[in-house]
Design a protein around this ligand. Structure first.
Ligand code: HEM
Length: 221
């Protein structure tokens, strides 16, 4: 059957796997719903801020879900590795919408004001860092990039997601003027996920030595 332009567009936007498509559709619901409430004037006294915050929060949530996939599998849960890229892209789309609301609705695309924010407000600097890291990860999140970069280099590049999620959690903590519980809960989840990765990394050489005891024995002179 010939591929029509609309089928091609759907595949490019949502992929051909029905589960991935469902994840995209469900994953984008909070954005659609919040934009809808905004259009219906149902977002309270400061709709632009509610929209901005909701999109930022979902970006962080999807980053957390992306990083939770590997520990979930290692701890005996289902293997959802094939959906990790989808969740990572959803995190990027939310971060992009969050940034767009800031640039367009909050700052009216006033480049001088945006630059002043980046250099004077540390939470914006850190948020920008998180977003800047997500861009190359999103751009290379396809099989062609894995082939072009080589698996090892691609995997090294994508380890930057740990820096991005740490910056995102820090951004959330920094933007509240008083200590609040919610950003700290998210930071604790992020710290647990990063701690798990660090633990797994530190355990690796030991595991290798245990699997191949000869490799840890120094040759006798
Ligand atoms: C990966 C990238 C980012 C993530 C995950 C993220 C996440 C968040 C989160 C969780 C919040 C708080 C939501 C809440 O209070 O419920 C927030 C608020 C905010 N973020 Fe981000 N953010 C990111 C990047 C950025 C960037 C690049 C900018 C702008 C340059 C930005 C500007 C803001 C602003 C202005 C607020 C609202 C502050 C206020 O209400 O006064 N964020 N973000």
């Amino acid at each position: 059957m010939p591929t029509t332009p609309s089928v091609l567009a759907k595949r490019l936007l949502l992929g051909s796997d029905p589960v991935r498509r469902a994840i995209y559709i469900v994953g984008l619901m909070p954005a659609v719903w919040t934009f809808y409430l905004g259009l219906m004037d149902q977002l309270g006294a400061d709709p632009q801020n509610v929209l901005e915050r909701t999109l930022g929060l979902w970006a962080l949530r999807f980053l957390i879900l992306t990083l939770a996939i590997t520990p979930l599998r290692r701890l005996g849960g289902p293997s959802l590795i094939r959906y990790r890229r989808t969740l990572g892209l959803l995190a990027f789309y939310y971060a992009l919408m969050h940034l767009s609301v800031y640039l367009v609705l909050d700052k009216d695309f006033d480049l001088a004001a945006i630059w002043a924010d980046i250099v004077k407000r540390p939470y914006i600097t850190v948020g920008m860092l998180a977003f800047a890291i997500l861009v190359p990860l999103a751009v290379t999140s396809n099989n062609a990039s894995i082939r072009r970069l080589g698996g090892a280099a691609w995997a090294r590049l994508h380890k930057l997601v740990y820096v991005a999620i740490a910056a995102a959690a820090l951004h959330f903590i920094m933007l509240v003027k008083v200590w609040a519980v919610e950003p700290l809960i998210y930071a604790a989840i992020v710290a647990t996920l990063l701690g798990y990765r660090l633990g797994a990394y530190l355990m690796k050489p030991q595991k290798r030595r245990a699997a191949n005891p000869a490799s840890s024995v120094r040759p006798a002179n």
